[in-house]
Structure formats: structure tokens, C-alpha cells
Design a protein around this ligand. Structure first.
Ligand SMILES: Nc1ncnc2c1ncn2[C@@H]1O[C@H](COP(=O)(O)OP(=O)(O)OP(=O)(O)O)[C@@H](O)[C@H]1O
Ligand SMILES: [Mg+2]
Length: 504
């Protein structure tokens, strides 16, 4: 019996004038953890959608367990034991945790009437299987994106799966949850299940993968065993260039003046007595675990929550930020962590998404909008951030995940804010583009007119780009460090120590 589970041969896919996949191949063995990597828009999600039967390929074959197909449909793919956790997760926000996990399963087993008791039992077992504790009756819409991802994972293991595909399952998870997930993946592997895993976090790929395959621009570049490759080679395969980031040091920071200052800011059940200052020329970093209060803080600074007490100053002038409208008027911009629900208008074109935050500036006399200028501005950001698209008037949904994230970033940068708050700005962005975005932020900082606050749980992103780093824990700032005094393992310890890190 062959040990090959899935073999893709010469598969192509075009969308109008865009070639998403050009005769690619991929071979996955039974019980193998296989990582598919490559830059944003290189065709990873498209291939996954072909394997799951969501798209029909324009050519090529799919061989599953010795049987050859020219295409699959969704039902067939599920029956073969293929389960996919999509990048946008397909979670139903109005349903509870239990319903989200077990509903499809009840339908899959052809039950006409849903047995609610069953739903609960199934959901409980699935969560226990992956060692996660989330209240079953909670509505999923109110959960963090990390919990949503864990629910999608719990749901996928319910079926008689032979291949579980995870499209960036760790994008919103912190290290502790990633450890949990990896434990689950290794357990699934022991049960003989194959895993296809897409990630832009290279350290994770190295940690978990037996085999990896690199795509670039819709083409297969290389497929190799993970143990036979160095980090540098890997980055080169993906990007076609050598990338080495250096610490940002803010040599010319002007500490005698202040661009943004927060004094004793408090939000009930969010955070307490938060104080910090950003000087011209600096990038300030805030990092902490999920639930540490970092996102509540970001949202408060943007007026999505109203602080209970404390003061905020922009260029030494005290301001009140009680709504996002106040924030916009004061030129405070916020790049949110969850682009799908907070960052984009999903039914609109790429261009409309880019100009929406700037509509006031684009307004001409008589209330008409200068779309010509909007178009030029949009083109500028497409070029600067390397957004891969066909046409600006295409729907935002036609962009790959990472390219959507770049649109969110571009639209806020275009507002030329005084205070730029970035929450996980490069989640899902490929390593090359990430490097370019980091360089862009450094250049902005050096211009000394914009306060940049970078909130992230990407340890390297924080270390490399924030010359000062604050650690937040249970809603309080527990330490301030210079980036050059830390390395990644030390920073990791600082974030988790005293948090009773669970054994994983
Ligand atoms: N429905 C669609 N209509 C038009 N173009 C599409 C559609 N889906 C994908 N594309 C295009 O196909 C290419 C491949 O996209 P895909 O989503 O597979 O990239 P990806 O490798 O998953 O990227 P990312 O890392 O950003 O998620 C991109 O250029 C994208 O814009
Ligand atoms: Mg994708």
C-alpha cells in the first residue's frame, strides 16, 4: 500500500486575467505534517479550496488515496475525510460555541431534527479532545479571534478525518495557544491523520513540519524535508531575496517633547493606571498575552470604549476621545487586529475600502467626492505596500488574506495620522511584505511627526521595531524595556512569567 495520501499534479486555476495557480504539484504522505508556504497571493488558499471542492481546477489531477479525480465537490471531499479550517474560519457569530462546533456534524449525520443535548455533548468532547476550555453557551460573536480559531479546530476533528487542512490557524494565537494546538496536531498525527498547514510564522513551520512546499506567484518552487533546510534558505525560496532585519534604535529620538501621552488611564474590567509617552522618533511597543488588556487599551485610545478615568494628550494638548469620530477628528488612526470584522467593508471594492477613511479629505465643493484623487491615493498604497491585485474596482474578497491586511494598513496610513495605533498589523502578512512594512514604519518614526504605538504578540516584530517595549499583564503595565536589552527568549519569559503558564 502506498504511503501517499494526496497527490496534486499540474493543477492550474485562473480568475479572469489572474493566474492563481500554474501547474502546481503537492504530495502529502499519510500521517505527515506538511506546511505550505509562500508570499501573499501565491495561491495557497486557492489550492486548499480546490482540494476541499470549493473551486474546480482549470486543469490537472487530484489523486486521493490511490483514486484519481479531475476535480472534487465539497460533499465528496468531506466524505473522503478532508476537513478544512479556512483562513476566514466560517464561524456563525450568532450561534453559541456548542452550536458552532456540533451543528454541521448533526446535519452531516443526516439528522433532520437537531438534538440539543447531543450538540452539547459532542461540543464538550471536541473541546476536551483538544484540551480547550471555552464556555459552551457563550455566543461566538463575542469571543476573541483566538477562541474562534480554536472552535473551528474543535469542529474539524469531529469527522472521520484523514486530512485536516489549516489555513493560517495560528494567525491570532499567542505562543501558549500555539503550543496547545501543536500538541493537538501531533496527537492527530499519531492517529494517522495528515495535516496540511499554512503559516507565515516561520519559526512555527520549522517546529512542526516534517515536509514543506513553497509556492511563489502561483508556481511550485520547491518541496523538501524540513530538517534539511536553514532559515535563510527558506526565506530565499519564499521571497527570492535575502532578508535580515536589524534592531530599530531610534537614535535621534527627541525625549524633551511628547507626541502622545497617556496618564493613569483606567477601564473597568479592562486595564488600570496605564501611563506612557511617545516621543518624536520613537516606536513604542506594547505586548502581552491574550486577555492582558492590550486590545481593550487600543480600542479605548480609538474611542471604541470610553475610559473611566485618566487623561490623554496629543502634542501636549489634552484631548477627549469618546468615540471613533472623536479619534478621527484628532487624527488618531487604528489598525485593528481582526480585519474581517473591524477593518474592511467586505461587500465593497478594494478602492472603496481604501478611500473610505479619507472621504472627508476627498470631498469637493457641493459635496461631491474627488474619486480621481482617491484613485491616485489608492494606487500609491498598492505600490508602496506591494498589494497584489488585478484591478482596484474588484471586490475586496478577491484579494488574498495578507493583501486584505495591507489594504487595512494602507487606508489608515493615507489619513496621515498624528497617532497611529497598530494592533497586530502584520498578522497573515508574508515575511517579505512584513519586512517592507516594518521599514515603512521606521521611516515614519524618523520623520518625527507621528506617534507610533505597535501592539503585537509577534515577539520578533516587537523586538526589532520598538525601541521601547511595555509589558502588559492583567490590565497593568508590569515593565518597560529597551529593545536592545532584550532577546526573544527573554521577552517571552517576561510576557508569561507570573501568569501561571499552564503545562502544555
Ligand atoms: N475569487 C477570486 N476572484 C479573483 N481573484 C482571486 C479570487 N481568489 C483568489 N484570487 C487571486 O488569486 C491569487 C491567489 O490568492 P490566494 O488567496 O490563493 O493567495 P494565498 O497564497 O492564500 O495568500 P495569503 O497568504 O495572502 O492568504 C491572488 O492574486 C488573489 O487575488
Ligand atoms: Mg490565503
Amino acid at each position: 500500500m502506498s504511503d501517499i495520501l494526496l497527490e496534486i499534479k499540474e493543477v492550474s486555476k485562473h480568475f479572469g486575467g489572474v493566474t492563481a495557480l500554474d501547474k502546481v504539484g503537492l504530495t502529502i504522505r499519510k500521517g505527515e505534517i506538511h506546511c505550505l508556504v509562500g508570499e501573499n497571493g501565491c495561491g495557497k488558499s486557492t489550492l486548499i479550496k480546490i482540494i476541499s471542492g470549493f473551486y474546480k481546477p482549470d486543469g490537472g489531477t487530484i489523486c486521493f488515496d490511490g483514486q484519481e479525480y479531475s476535480s472534487l465537490d465539497i460533499k465528496q471531499s468531506i466524505q473522503l475525510g478532508i476537513q478544512v479550517i479556512y483562513q476566514d474560519m466560517s464561524i456563525f457569530p450568532n450561534l453559541t460555541v456548542a452550536e458552532n462546533i456540533a451543528m454541521n456534524y448533526e446535519l452531516y449525520n443526516r439528522r433532520k431534527l437537531v438534538n440539543w443535548k447531543n450538540v452539547e455533548t459532542i461540543a464538550k468532547q471536541a473541546l476536551a479532545h483538544i484540551g480547550i476550555d471555552i464556555p459552551l453557551h457563550e455566543s461566538v460573536g463575542s469571543l476573541s479571534i483566538a477562541d474562534k480559531q480554536l472552535i473551528a479546530i474543535a469542529r474539524s476533528i469531529l469527522y472521520n478525518s484523514r486530512l485536516i487542512i489549516m489555513d493560517e490557524p495560528t494567525s491570532a494565537l499567542t505562543r501558549r495557544e500555539v503550543d496547545k494546538l501543536f500538541k493537538v496536531i501531533r496527537q492527530l498525527q499519531k492517529e494517522g491523520i495528515s495535516i496540511l498547514f499554512v503559516s507565515h510564522k516561520l519559526d512555527e513551520v520549522f517546529e512542526i513540519a516534517d515536509q514543506f512546499t513553497v509556492f511563489r506567484n502561483g508556481r511550485l518552487i520547491v518541496s523538501k524535508e524540513a530538517k534539511n533546510i536553514t532559515n535563510e534558505q527558506f526565506v530565499f525560496y519564499m521571497t527570492g531575496r535575502n532578508i535580515e532585519e536589524e534592531y530599530f534604535t531610534a537614535d535621534h529620538a527627541d525625549v524633551s517633547s511628547s507626541l502622545f501621552r497617556v496618564e493613569n488611564l483606567c477601564l473597568k474590567n479592562g486595564f488600570e493606571n496605564i501611563s506612557f509617552e511617545i516621543h518624536p522618533g520613537e516606536i513604542l511597543g506594547i505586548t502581552g498575552l491574550l486577555g492582558s488588556g492590550r486590545t481593550e487599551l487600543a480600542k479605548t485610545l480609538f474611542g471604541m470604549y470610553t475610559a473611566d478615568s485618566g487623561r490623554i494628550f496629543i502634542e501636549e494638548k489634552e484631548v477627549k476621545i469618546k468615540s471613533p469620530m472623536d479619534a478621527l477628528k484628532l487624527k488618531v488612526a487604528y489598525v485593528p487586529e481582526d480585519r474581517l470584522t473591524e477593518g474592511l467593508f467586505l461587500t465593497q471594492s478594494i478602492e472603496n475600502n481604501m478611500i473610505i477613511s479619507n472621504i472627508d479629505r476627498l470631498r469637493k465643493k457641493k459635496g461631491t467626492v474627488d474619486f480621481q484623487r482617491g484613485n491616485e491615493d489608492s494606487k500609491y498604497w498598492v505600490k508602496s505596500l506591494g498589494i497584489k491585485l488585478h484591478e482596484l474596482k474588484d471586490g475586496i474578497q478577491t484579494l488574498s488574506g495578507g493583501n486584505q491586511q495591507k489594504v487595512v494598513l494602507g487606508k489608515w496610513l493615507e489619513t496621515s495620522p498624528k497617532v497611529l495605533i497598530l494592533n497586530g498589523p502584520t498578522v497573515g502578512v508574508d515575511i517579505g511584505a512584513k519586512y517592507d512594512i516594518h521599514n515603512y514604519l521606521r521611516k515614519l518614526a524618523e520623520e518625527k511627526t507621528m506617534a507610533i504605538l505597535l501592539i503585537s504578540d509577534d515577539i520578533n516584530e516587537i523586538l526589532m521595531n520598538c525601541n521601547r517595549i511595555l509589558i502588559i499583564k492583567s490590565g497593568r503595565i508590569t515593565g518597560e524595556y529597551k529593545n536592545t536589552d532584550l532577546d526573544s527568549s527573554r521577552l517571552q519569559v517576561l510576557i508569561t512569567e507570573g501568569e501561571g503558564a499552564e503545562a502544555v
